[in-house]
Design a protein. Structure first.
Length: 281
């Protein structure tokens, strides 16, 4: 076995993004780190075991998941002082909707080097497929499973001027679509599922349309659920003029123009000129 190609990894914690479906998405660098590290902290040893088999390597696998204790974390951080320890999740980028951030925080506080290897992330894949605006987006994890909490969460995000991204599960998708139709009517919604797999699907439309579709075809698997930002509501000229008339009853011309400009986004100079005309009438 030749050792000339891989130089040993320096000690530390390596955050490694892994495929979300298609094993071909493991990066060259991820494979190198997973082959070269001393141990791997993972959510499910069977899932990570499959990936290791795919890249042709075997390493000690340490379980690190939602139920990990302070002691499990301390053990990993301690090991990472003198060894290269990789952190992976079952799929995608670790720490995105999983408990890894506590481990990273502890490692940083202990002066352990932390390196992150970029790679697959379902939220980003879903966003790029959806056709929804992606210049600003808010990733908000999983929607709550209880009806009231789900509705409250959606209502609290109603004013956010960005595309909203959630992770959702197949069995809960229809409830979430019903809640969106109710709380955020008129918004475009996108459902991306089976990402990078054979039956990858991304559907965009009104929440009610998607609800009807998925009630007829119950979805399986992990889902990225996205909601378009609130629409800019265009103000008609008539509306702007009546606002201006009303403002002029209590304000000076320049104040009225400035007030209506702020409310409508219409140019202040245009409104000022119109206000002067109205005063002359």
């Amino acid at each position: 076995m030749s050792h000339h190609s891989t130089k040993p990894l320096s000690p530390g914690l390596y955050i490694v993004a892994t495929p979300i479906g298609n094993l071909g998405d493991v990066t060259l660098r991820a494979a190198e780190v997973l082959k070269g590290c001393d141990a791997i902290a993972c959510e499910d040893t069977r899932v990570t075991g499959k990936l290791m088999k795919h890249i042709g390597s075997a390493k000690p696998l340490w379980r690190y998941d939602d139920h990990a204790s302070e002691r499990d974390r301390a053990r990993i951080v301690e090991a990472a002082r003198t060894q290269a320890i990789a952190l992976v999740s079952d799929a995608g980028t670790p720490l995105i909707s999983d408990p890894g951030y506590r481990l990273v925080r502890d490692a940083r506080e202990s002066g352990v080097a932390v390196t992150s290897l970029p790679g697959p992330c379902a939220a980003v894949v879903g966003l790029t497929l959806s056709g929804l605006p992606n210049d600003r987006f808010l990733f908000a994890g999983f929607l709550p499973s209880k009806d009231k909490a789900r509705g409250d969460t959606l209502a609290s995000l109603a004013q956010v001027d960005a595309t909203l991204l959630f992770y959702e599960t197949g069995p809960r998708l229809t409830k979430s679509l019903a809640a969106i139709a109710d709380v955020l009517p008129g918004r475009n919604v996108s459902v991306a599922r089976e990402l990078t797999k054979l039956h990858e699907e991304c559907r965009t439309g009104a929440a009610a349309e998607l609800l009807a579709h998925y009630e007829a075809h119950p979805p399986k698997g992990e889902i990225v659920l996205m909601i378009a930002p609130p629409e800019e509501v265009a103000v008609s000229e008539d509306d702007a003029e009546s606002m201006l008339r009303e403002a002029l009853e209590t304000m000076k011309t320049s104040q009225a123009a400035a007030f209506v400009a702020k409310e409508t986004g219409i140019d202040r100079k245009v409104l000022y000129a119109r206000a002067m005309e109205l005063k002359r009438q």
